[in-house]
Design a protein around this ligand. Structure first.
Ligand code: AMP
Ligand code: TRP
Length: 332
C-alpha cells in the first residue's frame, strides 16, 4: 500500500484538462491508497493573486474536489498553507538542490518568459516546495498530468540527494502516475498547445462551472478540419485538433482512442461534436450542480478542510521531527 499526494493551484476555476488529466484519476486511486489532496495556495502565491479572490478559489477548488468524487471521509483535503512543515522541509531541500537542476525546469522558463530577471524567487523555488509537498508525507505515488512529470522527477532527485547526504534510505523515490488517455488535454482552439488556465481565450477550455449551453457553444466553436474521422489514430497523425477532440471523448466515455476512432470512422465532425457535447454535459453537469450546493455551505467545506489539515499536520510533523533530527538540529 503506497501513499498518494497531489495538488492543484487555486488560481481561477478548474478546467477539463485538470479533471481528465488529474482529479478523475485521484478518485480511482483513493480506493486503494491513503490519499492527500492538497490545494496548493503557497504555490498560487507566486502569481500574487488578489487576497479576496484567493480565498474564493481555495474554497472553490475544495468544492470541486469533493464534487468530482474525492471522498472527504476517506481522503484528506486541505490547504497547503495550513501545514507549515511543507515550508520547513522546502528549506532543507533548497540546501540540497543545485541551481543547475532548477535551471532545467521548463515550467519556470515558460512562466518567467523573457523577463527572467524580474521573476520572483518563489517561482524559481516552486519545484523545491513541490518536492517538499510530496515528501513531507513520504508519499510514494503522485497522480498528475504530463506537464508535471519533470517536477516529480526533480522530487525523486532531491529525495535521492537527501538519502545520500545523510546516509540513510529515508525517502522512497516517489513515482509519477500519468494515465495514457488525456495525459495532455489540448486547447479547443489550437491542438498544439495545452488546455490551460492562462490561455487568454475562454473558448480554448471547458470550465467546471460552464453550464450546458456554454459547453455546447464551446464544442461547436472548437477548431477541427474538414476531413471525416479516420478509423485509427495513426491515420490522423497531422490532425492535432481532431485527435484532441476524439481523445477527450475517449476519456469522458472511458474508452480507448482506438475504440472511439472505430466507432466514429467516416463520420463528419459536425455529427461527432453533437456526441461530444452530450458526453461532456453528462459527465460535467452533475459536478457543477454539486459544486454549487457545496459552495452554499461554507461551514461544511471549512470543517472538511480543517479535518484534512489536522490529519496532514500530524503525519507531516512526525516526519519533520525525524528529518530535523537527521540533519542535526537540536530540540530546545
Ligand atoms: P494546474 O492547473 O497547472 O495547477 O494543474 C493541476 C493538475 O492538472 C496537474 O496535475 C496538471 O498536470 C493537470 N493538468 C493541467 N492542465 C492539463 C491539461 N491540459 N491536460 C492534462 N492535465 C492537465
Ligand atoms: N505544480 C503543480 C501544478 O501546477 C501543483 C502541485 C504543487 C503539485 N505541489 C504538488 C502536484 C505536489 C503534485 C504534487 O499542477
Amino acid at each position: 500500500m503506497g501513499r498518494i499526494f497531489s495538488g492543484i493551484q487555486p488560481t481561477g476555476g478548474l478546467h477539463l484538462g485538470n479533471y481528465l488529466g488529474a482529479i478523475r484519476n485521484w478518485v480511482k486511486f483513493q480506493d486503494l491508497h491513503e490519499s492527500f489532496f492538497c490545494i496548493v495556495d503557497l504555490h498560487a502565491l507566486t502569481t500574487l493573486p488578489d487576497p479576496k479572490q484567493l480565498r474564493l478559489d481555495i474554497r472553490g477548488i475544495a468544492a470541486a474536489y469533493i464534487a468530482a468524487g474525492i471522498d472527504p471521509e476517506r481522503s484528506y483535503i486541505f490547504p497547503q498553507s495550513a501545514v507549515s512543515a511543507h515550508c520547513e522541509l522546502a528549506w532543507v531541500f533548497a540546501c540540497l538542490t543545485p541551481l543547475g537542476w532548477l535551471n532545467r525546469m521548463t515550467q519556470f522558463k515558460e512562466k518567467a518568459g523573457k523577463q527572467r530577471e524580474n521573476a520572483n524567487l518563489g517561482l524559481y523555488a516552486y519545484p523545491v516546495l513541490q518536492a517538499a509537498d510530496i515528501l513531507i508525507y513520504k508519499a510514494t505515488h503522485v497522480p498528475i498530468g504530463e506537464d508535471q512529470k519533470q517536477h516529480v522527477e526533480l522530487a525523486r532527485d532531491i529525495a535521492g540527494a537527501f538519502n545520500r547526504q545523510y546516509g540513510i534510505e529515508y525517502f522512497e523515490l516517489p513515482v509519477p502516475l500519468i494515465l495514457k488517455t488525456a495525459a495532455r488535454v489540448m486547447s479547443l482552439r489550437d491542438g498544439t498547445s495545452k488546455m490551460s488556465k492562462s490561455d487568454p481565450s475562454d473558448y480554448s477550455r471547458i470550465h467546471f462551472m460552464d453550464d450546458p449551453d456554454t459547453i455546447a457553444l464551446k464544442v461547436r466553436k472548437a477548431k477541427t478540419d474538414p476531413d471525416p474521422i479516420a478509423g485509427t489514430p495513426g491515420a490522423m497523425e497531422n490532425r492535432p485538433e481532431a485527435l484532441n477532440l476524439l481523445g477527450i471523448y475517449a476519456a469522458l466515455s472511458d474508452q480507448s482512442l482506438e475504440e472511439v476512432c472505430r466507432q466514429f470512422e467516416g463520420s463528419t465532425f459536425a455529427l461527432f461534436k453533437k456526441n461530444l457535447t452530450d458526453q461532456t454535459i453528462m459527465v460535467m453537469e452533475p459536478i457543477r450542480q454539486r459544486i454549487l450546493s457545496l459552495l452554499d455551505d461554507q461551514t461544511y467545506l471549512d470543517t472538511i478542510l480543517k479535518k484534512g489539515a489536522d490529519k496532514a499536520r500530524e503525519l507531516a510533523l512526525q516526519h519533520l521531527n525525524e528529518i530535523q533530527e537527521m540533519v542535526g538540529f537540536i530540540k530546545v
